[in-house]
Write a protein that binds this ligand. Structure first.
Ligand code: NBX
Length: 828
């Protein structure tokens, strides 16, 4: 059926229509309209930015046509919706994603050609919205893609940060952070909806009022800000569905601070405006040790308060809020949005007059919580002093939730004060503080980890008392990644090869990749597969060359470790491998001819305040500059560290990789999602038994995965017995030589002090047991070298990795969320 913009806007009189299916002429006309009337330029005078903005607008116009038609279809339907609450969405570039989903790539290419425009130049012009730190934010982006593709009624809610994750540069090998001013050249993908703004209040005090005999508390806030929504279209893959990602921006309200305005101090008033707008100014770049910053709590409350109001505002005027769980599930992406729990209670009880017990029953059914960590220091706590100052009514509500919860614990287990202290939502030391993970667990209908092992450890180690108290709440949903972005778009060569072999159904049904298995035995297919990998390496080289003047060596094994810089992820273990190989060659223990040519590629940002992580970045760069230029290595070992690893770079790097480094200490990486992207693109994994590596190995088979290192129980046992890293240093001559070389100043111009903190940390603390796993890692790398020498055998294993990783589609993750947690069937 032909759909036109006059259908979508009926009952208006017919207007000159944008047509679906799109035509090149229609696309061109709309593009020129946008260029002229939105951009105010002629084609002849248009800059690259003008042309990019007009193209993006045109793509969005077509998606909007789908969105309007979709809204009409869904109007009046009373389906239960998912509200995904996430402080981060690491979206990556939109242009190609939306061209693909909307099936617009062909007409866009024709239209650009007709206008004499280089579409690739416009692609390169795009700046990705980096509104997230890493895995957690990228997972949210994959999930909204799958929700739209599966046709699940859903809204993503988050924050429209003016500055996303910092842009990383290196100066003398050290990380320097630059602001990410992603909005400065225009934001064609978003649509501000000022008429849908919400007011969000802060501060002040509570007072009790006698409401016909019942004493009620009420909040008298002191100041407020306006939350203005900016909507992003989230198209499903060629299914006509378009969901919304609604990101909130903070603006000052007129009544921003009555005291200041009343004082008539104009300058103060303007400064107050800045204060309000600070709330959505910048993404906090700490992803594992959240600082208890007041502004961060303001961000969290700001976006969840606006989102809850926004969602409730979509329900019919006379809707009975006792039935809210029939209409919505709020999924809490880690603890960042957990302040939504007392907020919903406050809205139900204080604003709608619902009885506490009824409101609590509703609230418990409306929330579910996903945990993404195992590191104790990553568990968020908010000092009571701060919470009470910023959100006094919410603190009261949390206290009452805790009181009633602890009463239930007492009723079941008696006055076991140890247990009570253990399970209290309020911690007493070092300061009195709210444990957000506990609040989420008590309040939510479900608590899930993000891989089988992680969910098990969550039950056994992080929240054992809660797992005993609420066994039915705990479940697992193993993470996944969207095959549209990370296979279909990022790896066009492999996509075509797969589609030629098995058809294109895999794009939305990734388990179909199993049909490739027999082709691993087909020599012609293997040759084609190897040619695709070689082509991807050339493509990576074009990108690296243009971006950083770097290139991977010809015929090299491309060995990649890309992820946030964290001690637990153990980039240092990878560095020790490189240093050992280097030392082996320069000392003559390894003949150069025996060295498998390799390019080791790192990508990683360190939190700006994480000193050790920054030193490790410095060390990687320092090792690279020595190894890459030492003539004795003759270029057979290269270390590349392109700065500013982001989603866009990932899309070039991952398809070109031979080897995927997933080497965290067992029991520390909740899941990993990069591990899935690599395997799906035909890299073999060298990895520990951690996170989703466990499931990847089970699926691809031991023969197609390089497993090494201690298991989680072994780690726990050593930790228990007392871990002594220096003993490993003493006993392993190879390890000693590598560490000594770093300590000698060989990578710091003879200055031994530069990396001394890294070395002494390894020798005397080594919290993540790098030294304990060193020899197993080196042995596994030898197995890698041996395997790579048999190129055909390697390719066979790579094909089996692709064929067996269909499970890791985020479509499957979303189906698991629907079955185990949300109970929100897709609608048509
Ligand atoms: O979430 C990551 C985990 O480390 C990965 O193992 C997992 O695969 C991924 C998705 O489940 N966690 C993560 O990325 N955390 C953050 O980015 C983060 C950001 C802010 C913050 C705490 C953590 N305050």
């Amino acid at each position: 059926r032909r759909v036109t913009s006059s259908d979508a806007t009926a009952p208006h009189p017919p207007v000159p229509a944008l047509e679906l299916p799109p035509t090149a002429d229609g696309f061109t006309a709309q593009f020129l309209r946008n260029l002229n009337f939105d951009g105010g330029v002629t084609l002849a005078d248009a800059s690259t930015n003008d042309r990019y903005l007009a193209l993006a607008r045109t793509v969005r116009d077509y998606l909007m046509l789908h969105a309007l038609a979709d809204q009409q279809r869904q109007a009046g339907a009373q389906a239960k919706a998912v509200c995904y609450l996430s402080a981060e969405y690491l979206l990556g570039n939109q242009l190609d994603n939306d061209l693909l989903a909307g099936d617009l790539a062909g007409v866009a290419a024709d239209a650009m050609a007709a206008c004499g425009i280089d579409l690739d130049e416009l692609r390169r012009h795009e700046i990705e919205p980096g509104l997230g730190n890493g895995g957690l934010g990228r997972l949210a982006a994959c999930f909204i893609d799958s929700l739209a593709t599966l046709g699940v009624p859903s809204i993503g809610y988050g924050i429209r940060y003016e500055y996303g994750i910092f842009r990383q540069t290196f100066e003398d090998g050290q990380q320097v952070e630059q602001p990410d001013a992603w909005l400065t050249l225009g934001a064609p993908w978003e649509q501000p909806r000022p008429e849908a703004a919400q007011t969000v209040s802060f501060g002040g005090r509570t007072e009790t009022v006698d409401d016909a005999g019942t004493v009620r508390s009420r909040w008298i806030p002191e100041w407020n800000v306006s939350a203005v929504p900016y909507d992003y279209l989230v198209p499903g893959f060629r299914n006509g569905r378009v969901n919304t990602l609604r990101l909130w921006r903070a603006k000052a309200t007129d009544a921003f601070d009555l005291r200041i305005f009343n004082s008539g101090d104009y300058e103060q008033a303007v400064r107050a405006q800045t204060f309000a707008e600070n709330i959505s100014k910048v993404l906090y770049p700490e992803d594992s040790t959240p600082q208890g910053k007041e502004l961060r709590l303001q961000q969290q409350y700001f976006f969840v308060a606006a989102s809850i109001r926004d969602f409730l505002g979509r329900l019919p005027e006379d809707f009975d809020l006792a039935r809210l769980p029939e209409r919505v599930i709020f999924q809490l992406n880690d603890t960042h949005p957990v302040i939504a729990v007392p907020e919903l209670m406050r809205v139900l009880v204080d604003e709608h007059g619902m009885a506490w017990d009824e409101a609590w029953a509703v609230t418990q059914q409306c929330f579910a919580y996903t945990c993404h960590t195992l590191l104790p220091e990553a568990l968020e706590v908010w000092p009571v002093e701060l919470l009470g100052r910023l959100l006094p009514r919410h603190l009261e509500i949390v206290y009452r939730i805790n009181e009633e919860f602890l009463a239930a614990v007492r009723a079941r287990f008696g006055d076991d004060e140890m247990r009570i202290r253990d399970m209290s939502i309020i911690a007493e030391f070092p300061v009195r503080a709210v444990r957000m993970a506990y609040l989420a667990t008590v309040a939510g209908s479900r608590v899930n980890g993000v891989a089988e092992l992680h969910s098990q450890l969550l039950r056994d180690k992080v929240l054992p008392a809660f797992a005993e108290f609420f066994p039915e709440k705990f479940t697992n949903v193993t993470n996944g990644v969207t095959p549209r972005r990370f296979l279909r778009l990022a790896n066009p060569g492999l996509s075509t090869l797969i589609t030629d072999a098995i058809g294109d159904g895999w794009v939305t049904d990734l388990e179909r990749l199993h049909e490739l298995e027999p082709l691993a035995e087909d020599a012609a297919f293997r040759a084609a597969f190897a040619a695709v990998k070689a082509g991807n390496k050339r493509r990576l080289n074009e990108v690296l060359q243009a971006r950083d003047g770097m290139r991977v060596g010809d015929g090299h094994l491309v060995d990649v470790m890309v992820k946030r810089l964290h001690e637990y992820k153990r980039q240092l273990l990878k560095v020790l491998h490189v240093v050992s190989e280097y030392e082996g060659v320069v000392s003559g223990r390894i003949a150069l001819a025996d060295l498998q040519p390799r390019t080791v590629l790192f990508g990683a940002k360190a939190a700006p305040g994480y000193a050790m992580a920054k030193r490790i970045i410095h060390l990687i760069n320092a090792v690279g500059s020595v190894v890459n230029t030492d003539p004795r290595l003759d270029g057979r070992l290269q270390v590349l560290f392109p700065p500013n690893y982001n989603v866009t770079l990932a899309e070039s790097v991952i398809p070109a990789a031979d080897l995927s480094e997933q080497i965290s200490l067992a029991g520390k990486e909740a899941s990993g999602t990069g591990n899935m992207k690599f395997a799906l693109n035909g890299a073999l994994t060298i990895g520990t038994d951690d996170g989703a590596n466990v499931e990847i190995r089970e699926l691809v088979g031991d023969a197609n995965f390089f497993l090494f290192g201690m298991t989680e129980p072994e780690v726990a046992e050593i930790a228990q017995a007392g871990y002594h890293p220096a003993a490993f240093y003493q006993e392993d001559a190879g390890l000693r030589r590598a560490i000594d070389l770093i300590a000698s100043g060989a990578f710091s111009g003879g200055d031994r002090s530069v990396f001394e903190p890294v070395v002494s940390n390894l020798l005397y603390e080594d919290r993540f047991m790098v030294l304990a796993d060193y020899s197993a890692y080196m042995a596994a790398q030898q197995r890698v070298d041996a395997a790579y020498a048999d190129q055909d055998g390697w390719t066979r294993a790579a094909i089996l990795n692709v064929a067996r990783c269909g499970f890791f589609s985020s479509d499957r993750s979303i189906r698991d969320y629907i079955d185990r947690i949300w109970h929100t069937p897709p609608t048509t």
